[in-house]
Design a protein around this ligand. Sequence first.
Ligand SMILES: Nc1ncnc2c1ncn2[C@@H]1O[C@H](COP(=O)(O)OP(=O)(O)OP(=O)(O)O)[C@@H](O)[C@H]1O
Ligand SMILES: [Mg+2]
Length: 278
Amino acid sequence: MSILLSTQHLTMQFGGVVAVDDLNINIPKGEITALIGPNGAGKTTAFNVITGGYQPTNGRVIFDGAVIAENCPRSKMKRIYNGSYTEPFRHTVVNKSDVITRLGMARTFQNIRLFKDLTVFENVLIAKHCHIKAGLFAATFRLNRGEERAMSQDALSLLERVGLLESRNEKASSLPYGKQRRLEIARALATGPRLLLLDEPAAGMNPKETDELSQFIVDIKDSFGLTVFLIEHHMNLVMDISDSIYVLDYGKTIAYGTPAEVQNNERVIQAYLGVDEA
Ligand SMILES: Nc1ncnc2c1ncn2[C@@H]1O[C@H](COP(=O)(O)OP(=O)(O)OP(=O)(O)O)[C@@H](O)[C@H]1O
Ligand SMILES: [Mg+2]
């Protein structure tokens, strides 16, 4: 089984708080891997480090065989470092998020980030445009008419594949919540990723929308040949579609396994006691 993304002793410390502590994950190509855990467990922080939003305090991120981030505690952090993994990594590798996107990683955010006053079509077009222009360096570069037309065509065919073609001229803000979430995923797909990271895609959805989303994630995974890394609080969705699950609590990995294994894990049950399912 080939691994698309892995982390080695990945640690992210903010001041004295170790938000992600010695995270070691392996995400196999073509599978759906979930990251779950109570509020504040460090899930979004893990995504932020993996996608280049933050430089890790210690540890390494490997994407498709290449080290895309690596760091060790320095200066003040060296003195206050509180991570469980104390062996510092030797090298520093930094890649900004736009570079990481171009390598084939795309994400959605816990709080929907759409251009609310633009149409569905424009939202996807802009995602494509930014992605292409960022790859061309020259800020002044303009696409010619043929290229613009090809890009519009691509955006429309993407909207068709995700079931939003009918809504293409509606303002993003006028869409029902479930469709806004789907549009956010379409924007991520517009950058042509191999790995799609979804941060609570079902947040705020009703049970029907959540069921539809489960099917949607499986469908796009298959039809776009994706690997999916998923943060989610809706346990039905996680248990239905995940191949394997990592469970975080206070930054630490407390369990890993198949949905059935994780569901029956005593530490997981304890961590979730008193935590309402969203
Ligand atoms: N930029 C930051 N600066 C300081 N502390 C932060 C920062 N980002 C996250 N944290 C802290 O890191 C911890 C983990 O937060 P994170 O958002 O990763 O949790 P989460 O598992 O995604 O939670 P939720 O399920 O509520 O989204 C929290 O204690 C949070 O306050
Ligand atoms: Mg979060």
